[in-house]
Ligand binder design. Structure first.
Ligand SMILES: Nc1nc2c(c(=O)[nH]1)N[C@H]1C(S)=C(S)[C@@H](COP(=O)(O)O)O[C@H]1N2
Ligand SMILES: [Mo]
Length: 425
């Protein structure tokens, strides 16, 4: 069923374009820009993306014409599936450029995303709704468009800092970013479909296939978070249609929550009458113990809870790790802070291993769920090895821990960030 008639669509789009002003103007024409994107990308440098020689939706074809992978400067954790992050000093921008956004894939990048071929693509909405929908991208673009900055962080960011070590992609600190996203409110789409009283959860499915032949990556969010005005079906990132690696043509944006809630290459939303029970929602996947556990101890699966919002956290983006500085000069220190569903209240900085602290200046986020920025200056009177530490506090009394609490899969790591600095004699 088409949810939006063509007559309504034209009016809505004209209104949107008129109201867009200096913000990101998103038009259907942007989605027809495949050839230009190719000309700006690999083809322009005379390279044929090997991905294009394949005709399979299942192989891991990580090369993409819009943003060839790996992105320059990336720390690559794996090619099949492709996973890569950036060192913190490359995440200094207030709004993360697409070229610096980490990539986390559980399977291959779908052929459609690489070729930008929308043929046959619809977003299905079914389950506990009065009308099942099959929405084209055109339909989505005709609904009111919302633009916001939002932190997107993999649940496993910081996993390599867990002791004893845990399995999974060994993210360091850089599986986090705050880009500007544009899309429609998930709520608007669910209201078109008419959510029934029995709706409990919205399960999301993408067009990517797992590389090991297992169950496709699928997670979901409770209906309350789905109906939140900030939860989007995003169709653009930093003012451009979604790049292949980030979910073209549409993905979920679930601000404040772990990245795995933000299904890429979205194809179906299944409104369910129970908590979604896919493999990636079950047992130890994206789940954390209901109570603190001793490092190395794995509680029974029945004691695991679905991981949802991120915890208070900060990132030092300057100085860069290992910087050498002279004595008694002012060294700029700064970065970002965020707190899931909460607000950042304070960021404190120490250069003497936590003995004394100074408050950084904290700048309010551009909008709810965007990065806060913070900065201060430090100086070192004597030569030697030092560390810059940053510790963020939220509005509910939480602060970052000095030692990483442990859980079996290494999720929600938010231990204080420490950056080594050498002070010259
Ligand atoms: N379809 C699909 N969506 C997905 C994933 C995936 O593997 N397949 N990975 C998820 C995880 S675990 C994260 S952290 C984010 C990463 O988004 P990014 O690659 O745009 O940074 O996408 C999420 N959405
Ligand atoms: Mo993730």
């Amino acid at each position: 069923m088409r949810a939006v008639s063509d007559g309504d669509a034209g009016t809505t789009r004209r209104r949107f374009l008129a109201a867009a002003g200096k913000g990101a103007v998103l038009t259907l024409a942007m989605f027809g820009a495949g050839p230009q994107a190719v000309a700006r990308g690999l083809f322009g440098r005379g390279l044929l993306p090997s991905a294009w020689e394949h005709d399979s939706n299942t192989a891991d074809l990580s090369n993409t014409a819009d943003f060839p992978l790996p992105k320059p400067g990336m720390i690559v954790h794996g090619e099949q599936p492709f996973n890569g992050e950036f060192p913190p000093h490359l995440l200094d921008d207030p709004v993360t450029p697409t070229a610096r956004h980490f990539v986390r894939n559980n399977g291959g990048i779908p052929r459609r995303a690489r070729s930008k071929d929308l043929g046959g693509w619809v977003l299905r909405v079914d389950g506990e709704v009065r009308h099942s929908l099959a929405l084209t991208l055109d339909d989505l673009l005709c609904l009111p468009q919302v633009t916001m900055q939002a932190v997107l962080e993999c649940a496993g960011n910081g996993r390599s800092l867990f002791h004893p070590p845990v399995g999974g992609t060994p993210w360091i600190r850089g599986a986090v970013a705050c880009s500007e996203w544009t899309g429609v409110r998930l709520r608007d789409v669910l209201e078109l479909a008419g959510v029934r009283d029995g709706a409990v959860y919205v399960a999301a499915f993408g067009e990517d296939a797992p590389l090991d032949g297992g169950e496709p990556f699928s997670r979901g969010i409770p209906i309350g978070k789905a109906m939140d005005e900030h939860t989007l079906i995003a169709v653009a990132m930093n003012g451009e249609p979604l790049p292949a690696a980030h979910g073209f043509p549409a993905r979920l944006l679930v601000p404040g929550w772990i990245g795995s809630a933000m299904q890429k290459w979205l194809a179906r939303l299944w409104v369910r009458d129970r908590v979604h029970d896919s493999a990636k929602m079950s047992r130890y996947s994206y789940r954390v113990p209901a109570y603190p556990v001793a490092p190395g101890a794995t509680p029974p699966a029945a004691d695991m809870r679905v991981a949802t919002a991120w915890l208070v956290k900060s990132l030092i983006t300057r100085p860069r790790s290992g910087l050498e500085v002279a004595r008694n000069v002012s060294v700029p220190v700064g970065g970002h802070a965020w707190a899931g569903e909460h607000e950042v209240r304070r960021v404190a900085v120490s250069t003497d291993f936590g003995i004394t602290w100074q408050d950084a200046r904290v700048t309010a986020p551009a909008n709810r769920y965007a990065w806060y920025h913070w900065q201060t200056e430090v100086a070192f009177a004597t030569r030697g090895y030092y560390e810059v530490w940053a510790r963020a506090f939220d509005n509910t009394g939480n602060a970052q821990p000095f030692r990483q609490p442990w859980n079996p899969r290494g999720y929600l790591g938010n231990v204080v960030h420490r950056v080594p600095v050498r002070v010259a004699p």
